[in-house]
Design a protein around this ligand. Sequence first.
Ligand code: NCD
Ligand code: ZN
Length: 347
Amino acid sequence: MPIPTSITIRRPDDWHVHLRDGPMLNACAVHTARQFARAIIMPNLVPPVTKVVEAASYRERIRRAVPAELEFEPLMTCYLTDDADPAELLRGKQEGVWVAAKLYPAHATTNSAHGVTSMDRIARGLEAMEKAGMPLLVHGEVTDAEVDIFDREAVFLDKVLAPLLKRHPGLKIVLEHVTTKEGVAFVEASGPRVGGTITPHHLSYNRNALFKGGIRPHLYCLPIAKSEEHRRALRRAATSGAERFFLGTDTAPHTADTKECACGCAGIFNAPVAMQVYAQVFAEEDALDCLEAFASLNGPRFYGLAPNEERITMRAAPLQAPERIDVPGGNKSVVVFHPDTPVGWSF
Ligand code: NCD
Ligand code: ZN
C-alpha cells in the first residue's frame, strides 16, 4: 500500500510532561500546547509540588504561560514523598486539582532528592489512592549504585513493581517512559489497571546513538536508552494499537549549558517535534492507522476522560523545527531533540 500523504486524527494528549517554572515555563509551555490538548504535568520542581495549594497555583502559572488562542488543559500531579499525607492526596483529587500522583524513587533522576525511600512509607497514601481511583505514575528504576544502569528498569519491575501490584490489588499504575522489552511484557501481562507510556526518543534511537562519534549529551535522559532489541519491543508495543500503551513524551528541558558540561543533566526537550517523530515511527512501522489509538484514545480511556473532539492533520513533508529555543532573560537556550534519521512528517 502506498504511504499516505496526510493523516487526520483526534487532537492528541501528552501523558508525561516537564514544564518547569519561571522563564523556562514561559519558553516551553507553548510548544506542548501547540501539539497537545491536555498534558499530565510532572511535579518535580525545586522544591517539589506536594500540596494541593501549590499544585493549584502552579496550574495557574502554566495557564498564564500558554497563549490564550491555544486551548490547553494542564492535568496536575502530586509528588510523593515519604511523608505523603493520605488526606491531602484525597482532598486534591476531590477538589479536581490532582489527577494522579508521581512516584520517584529517591535519587532516581532529575530533582528526585525528595523522592520515596521505601514503599512501606507510602502504603497508606497508596491505599487512599486505590480507593479513590487515583492512578500512581511510576518512574520505574531502582537506585542502587551496584545495579547496572541498563538493568535498573528490569530490576525495578521484579523487586518493586510486582510486589506493589500484589499489595494494592485495585491501584491503577502507569509505568512511565517504558524503555525495555521487560517493561513492555510487564504492562502486557498486568491487566487493565496497568498502562505504559512511551517517548518519541526511545522509539527513535538506541544506546549506540549516545556515543556516535563522541558523547552526545542531548540524547541523555533517564531511563537511559537501551539496546536495539529493546527499542524494537517498544516500537512493536506502541504501534500495535494495544490499549494500554499511550503517548507520553517525557519532554524535559534543561538549558544547553547544564547538559554540555562535565556532569550533564538527564532530560530531552522534544515538545516542538513530538508528534512529527511519533508519526515518522508509525509510518516506518506501516502502522499510521494505529497512531490515533496511541496518541489520542488510549490515554483518555485509561484516565477515564473523554477523547478530544478536535482533529489535527499532519502532512508527509520534511520536519521543520528550530535547532534550539531561547529562554527569556539570561542568554540561555534549550536544544530541541532532532533524531539522527530523517523525519518526514510535519504540521
Ligand atoms: C526528567 C527531568 O529532567 O525532569 N529527566 C529525564 O531524563 N527524563 C526526570 C525524569 O522524568 O526522569
Ligand atoms: Zn519525566
